[in-house]
Design a protein around this ligand. Structure first.
Ligand SMILES: Cc1cc2nc3c(=O)[nH]c(=O)nc-3n(C[C@H](O)[C@H](O)[C@H](O)COP(=O)(O)OP(=O)(O)OC[C@H]3O[C@@H](n4cnc5c(N)ncnc54)[C@H](O)[C@@H]3O)c2cc1C
Length: 421
């Protein structure tokens, strides 16, 4: 950015999908927005994501939000003149009676809100996914409108539309202070200068709790590692690049096709935490590597092999690792806290920030400009842990997030009754 903006209507801190989507939606409504990014735009968690866009969630409201998100991505494609969404459909599979019951409930919930979902006969799964073990499955549900995208392409589309609408972006520009007067934000300070603004969004991803510390506020997020593998293409075992994504919550894995190979990731019981304060100021998440003899990698390969028996330690593959932002209940933190007016939080996407970002941008713009939104955001409001004992200290927060992460894929969903029952 050549000429430094002295003022803005809204300053967004963090150029990941959450901040970029919020900035795009705010500018669409006529706001003067500046996005400040400590490193490169889209190079935090966003740059490491596997890019799965699955809309089915455990509740009707969260599923609806993600259905709208896919529509927003479709509109973005039109506007930016690019094709980014690869619609492959996705399957959730069940190999225990409890998981089969979960799928039955989720299909009923999905149908009750008009989501395209149904059971898929087991013979059909064998045909669609010849490279997957299916003989232990009891049931599966298929969501034909799911798919995936490359996060960098989503970032490029947010930037394309944002720029057209006048958003200003500054990379290599860390926010060092959030200025307040009488419990109200008035601006931010960076090494390149200050910007005065009546509204500031903390979209700092894994760093968001450090930004909250700048205004002495405990934010209930923690930074946790995640790993996925990508097998190299093998002409003897072709993987159709349009075959459906898989979620096997019993084995805690997800999978999708990628360039002739297969991505498989896992939400295991044990995952390293990161103290973001201890990382160097110029820390670059894209440079993170994971050792092949790491425990997380061994557990991932073991789980992957149970669903894809041709995967083992000798399979040619690459490993991708990065840092995710987790919260104590697995839901993001969006909106204001009672102590500082004009400061909005948009963080804690628990491994699902790519898919949530399109609708989250709309919700954030609603909250900032209208003070409310038509979406039912009770489950994601930022103030739900405000002054709740046991959720204020760093160690307490990390312990809750750890527990949530350990049960993230393990817990059985879909017990909520469909809204019309
Ligand atoms: C390995 C892996 C796989 C994943 N797979 C998926 C998936 O398949 N589907 C899915 O939906 N999600 C997935 N995710 C999760 C997804 O990547 C995140 O939820 C999402 O990218 C979060 O976006 P964000 O904008 O909140 O955070 P980030 O992308 O981390 O952006 C935050 C930005 O804030 C910047 N920042 C921090 N502090 C400051 C400061 N002081 N000043 C200025 N800038 C600052 C950071 O540099 C960073 O760029 C995955 C994540 C990982 C790590």
């Amino acid at each position: 950015m050549s000429d430094w903006p002295q003022t803005a209507d809204v300053v967004v801190i963090g150029g990941g999908v959450a901040g970029l989507s919020t900035a795009m939606q705010l500018s669409q409504r006529g706001c003067r927005v500046v996005v400040l990014e400590r490193q490169q735009l889209g190079n935090g968690s966003t740059g490491r994501a596997a890019g799965l866009l699955g809309q089915l969630r455990g509740t009707a409201e969260s599923t609806r939000m993600l259905m709208d998100g896919v529509e927003i991505v479709r509109a973005l494609e039109q506007r930016a003149g690019v094709e980014i969404f690869v619609q492959t459909g996705s399957l959730r599979v069940a190999q225990t009676s409890e998981r089969a019951e979960e799928i039955k409930n989720l299909v009923a919930m999905g149908k009750s809100i008009g989501f395209n979902i149904d059971h898929m006969p087991l013979e059909e799964i064998e045909n669609v996914l010849p490279y997957m073990k299916t003989d232990d499955l009891l049931d599966a549900c298929y969501c034909p409108t799911d798919g995936h995208l490359q996060p960098a392409e989503l970032v490029a589309a947010y930037l394309h539309v944002g720029r057209e609408q006048g958003v200003r972006y500054a990379s290599q520009c860390p926010v060092e202070a959030i200025v307040t007067e009488h419990n109200r934000v008035t601006g931010v300070v960076t090494p390149r200068g200050s910007i005065a603004a009546p509204a500031i969004v903390n979209a700092g991803g894994p760093w968001s709790y450090l930004l909250a510390d700048l205004v002495d506020t405990p934010l209930q997020t923690t930074a946790m590692g995640h790993v996925y593998l990508t097998t190299r293409p093998n002409p003897d075992r072709p993987i159709d690049s349009h075959s459906p994504a898989i979620r096997d919550r019993h084995l805690r894995i997800y999978a999708r096709p990628e360039s002739g190979g297969l991505i498989v990731g896992m939400y295991g019981e044990e995952t390293p935490h990161f103290d973001m304060q201890q990382l160097p100021a110029d820390f670059d998440m894209s440079a993170m590597k994971v050792r092949r003899d790491d425990l997380q990698v061994a557990l991932l390969i073991d789980a992957a092999r149970q669903r894809y028996p041709w995967i083992d330690e000798r399979t040619p593959m690459t490993m991708t690792t990065g840092i995710m932002t987790f919260t104590p209940d697995g839901k993001p933190l969006c909106g204001k806290l009672p102590n500082v007016d004009g400061l909005f939080y948009c963080s804690g996407f628990c491994g699902h920030g790519i898919v949530q970002s399109p609708t989250i941008g709309v919700i954030m713009a609603n909250l900032i400009l209208d003070g409310q939104t038509d979406y039912d955001i009770a489950a994601i409001e930022a103030d739900r842990f405000w002054e709740v004992p046991g959720f204020q200290g760093r160690e307490q927060i990390a312990a809750h997030c750890d527990q949530m992460h350990a049960g993230y894929y393990g817990k059985v969903e879909g017990r909520e009754k469909p809204p019309n029952e």
